[in-house]
Design a protein around this ligand. Structure first.
Ligand code: SAM
Ligand code: SF4
Length: 305
């Protein structure tokens, strides 16, 4: 089968699946993976069908996200069903319910997790998520490590005047816990639009600071993200999408919305291709393959030089 290549010669090797728009947190800046007004969720069987077609087309990595994926009561079944088709299933989570489920998810085939941890301060945690900080997230991180979900990455969305002064503390915490810190630029999308001017924080000076403290810097294929191996043993990855043409030039990802549409770009919602309608109408597999090819044909870099 011809692998997926978009009109800008970008190969597609990963699929980011939103499992639900439901969430038990209420982060004020949430971009909801660029989705709103969801029309419902896919069943585990439907998700398996999507992943089996994706794998036939050369997609090797699946990232589960949401909303909060741990709110899906059938999450273990979903992971069990899809993991045989691909090299890696990973998940991005707020970890509030991870402590209880980390080992079952690992057994089901989950390889690794990204845990959103924007702060270690309970007042700031409440300000960001609307929830009380009760160690559930850090317990989730501990459980993920103990159950062998490796590497555990910590997603810190950096916000001016909210948590930007906590970067050194989070680096220290990641070192102590044997996790990788990901510093993520605040994105102007969905709920993030309203707060962008106020809270967007430029990560360029942070990258210069990291460079000075690094013994090695590795540039990943995906988005040309830099990973800094600090002299003190910490590992920090920086995700800087805004106005970044290299980020888009090296984007190899397709997305699936929680209600079953292929989404060619996080930043756009005017070029989705419905997959679930085809699955529910019992259309043959070739039609699903065509839908993937159509979505990939719609892909174009959002940020350009
Ligand atoms: N609920 C899960 C979580 O919070 O990890 C998964 C879904 S969440 C939408 C996926 C990731 O996007 C999280 O790491 C979250 O912090 C990040 N995110 C949400 N809104 C953002 C924004 N406006 N800018 C940058 N990152 C954002
Ligand atoms: Fe929920 Fe994640 Fe959005 Fe926060 S960022 S509201 S945890 S989906």
């Amino acid at each position: 089968m011809k692998p997926l290549l978009d009109p800008y010669d970008r190969p597609i090797n990963s699929l980011r699946i939103s499992l639900t728009q439901r969430c038990n947190f209420n982060c004020f800046f949430c971009h909801q993976e660029g989705e709103h007004n969801s029309l419902g969720e896919l069943t585990p069987e439907e998700i398996e069908t999507v992943v089996s077609v994706a794998s036939e087309l050369g997609i090797k990595n699946i990232k589960l996200t949401g909303g909060e994926p741990l709110l899906r009561e059938d999450l273990v079944e979903i992971v069990q069903r899809i993991s045989p088709y691909v090299s890696e299933v990973s998940m991005t989570t707020n970890a509030s319910r991870l402590a209880d489920q980390a080992c079952s998810l690992k057994e089901a085939g989950l390889k690794r997790v990204n845990v959103s941890l924007h702060t270690l301060n309970d007042v700031t945690f409440n300000k960001i998520t609307g929830q009380r900080y009760e160690n559930t997230v850090t317990e989730g991180i501990k459980a993920a490590k103990e159950c062998g979900l490796e590497p555990v990455k910590l997603n810190m969305v950096v916000m001016k005047g909210i948590n930007s002064d906590e970067i050194p503390e989070l680096i220290e915490y990641s070192k102590e816990t044997g996790t990788v810190l990901q510093l993520i630029e605040f994105q102007e999308l969905e709920n993030g639009v309203e707060y962008y001017e106020k809270f967007h924080y430029d990560l360029e000076p942070v990258e210069m600071m990291l460079e000075a403290k690094s013994k090695e810097i590795v540039v990943r294929d995906l988005h040309r993200r830099k990973v800094y191996y600090l002299m003190d043993g910490a590992r920090v990855e920086v995700v800087r999408p805004m106005h970044n043409s290299s980020f888009c030039a090296y984007c190899t990802r397709l997305r699936l919305t929680s209600d079953g549409s292929l989404k060619p770009c996080l930043m756009r919602d005017d070029n989705h291709v419905s997959l679930i309608s085809l699955i529910r109408e019992g259309e043959p597999r070739e039609r699903l393959i065509d839908a993937f090819r159509e979505a990939v044909a719609h892909r174009e870099p959002f940020w350009r030089e």
